[in-house]
Design a protein around this ligand. Sequence first.
Ligand SMILES: Cc1cc2nc3c(=O)[nH]c(=O)nc-3n(C[C@H](O)[C@H](O)[C@H](O)COP(=O)(O)OP(=O)(O)OC[C@H]3O[C@@H](n4cnc5c(N)ncnc54)[C@H](O)[C@@H]3O)c2cc1C
Length: 309
Amino acid sequence: MLRRSLLALSRSSRVKDLVSTMPVSSGIVARYVPGETTESAVEATRRLTEDGLLVTLDYLGEDTLDRAQAEHTVQAYVDALKALGANGLSHSAEVSVKLSAVGQALPDDGEKIALDNARTICQAARNAGTTVTLDMEDHTTTDSTLEVLRNLRQDFPETGAVVQAYLHRTEADCRELAYEGSRVRLCKGAYKEPESVAFQDKHDVGKSYVRCLKVLMAGRGYPMVASHDPTMIDIAGALAARHNRQRGSYEFQMLFGIRPDEQRRLAREGEKMRVYVPYGNEWYGYLMRRLAERPSNVTFFLHSLVSKS
Ligand SMILES: Cc1cc2nc3c(=O)[nH]c(=O)nc-3n(C[C@H](O)[C@H](O)[C@H](O)COP(=O)(O)OP(=O)(O)OC[C@H]3O[C@@H](n4cnc5c(N)ncnc54)[C@H](O)[C@@H]3O)c2cc1C
């Protein structure tokens, strides 16, 4: 119930205006977002790579209906990619992009604008010697995002896909995507979705996650296991062993600030472990989805809000 309310609030502009006045340094925001600038993202990347971790940077923003804002986001990614290259970090850091932040939701030709913008980011990533992964958003965008991915992969086959285990369709999508060279991030899914398209019970989501993992680990692609759930991590390891996958032919991924000790443990054991690092000032929607996953954080969050005023 609380999860659904928080996810509904993640789309409320009134609450967004109130909450967004909190500084990024305030406790609960800083836990999940290391900073607002390219410099803070590069600095966070440097610290994580010193611990043997890999990184994917996300310039925060989504659902833009403003073409200039979409172009601003593209430029932010190009700047970040140049900065990663200039700081010798592009071998261990890539970027994650939400198509709705680069124009997908614009009326009429949004999908084409997003494709062109994503192409610009993919070219900048290639110039820097790294890659792009397309985040997956709510189910109304899944077909469009997979279509953009298909187009992008013609020129940039290294582009990563994301699939969400809570959607009924995802096991079939995994079968389509488990081909040689295909990088696929499997996550549970973070949006408020109706029963008609998504499993609602967390056990059903977990069972779907395992079915999808089986397809990806048995396939010829490169699975990216994005979860903090110890059961999913154990099962992924066991499936990798069952399919004689070498370490490095798949990777684990977790979010910045969540289970950092476990992130370091997996890296120490020789696993590839990538941390998703969001940065920028549009952190509201991201923060609300993190609170929805962990309602016990809500008290801490409300305390931050009250002590600010
Ligand atoms: C690298 C990465 C990329 C992602 N990309 C996308 C995407 O493109 N699209 C999308 O819809 N979703 C994305 N997600 C989010 C994902 O869908 C889930 O919402 C999120 O990962 C929580 O699911 P879980 O598998 O960790 O399992 P859960 O069952 O939610 O969590 C397992 C355990 O992890 C810890 N934990 C989980 N969340 C939190 C939290 N917020 N705060 C503190 N502890 C927590 C707790 O110990 C919890 O018991 C991504 C997640 C990761 C790790």
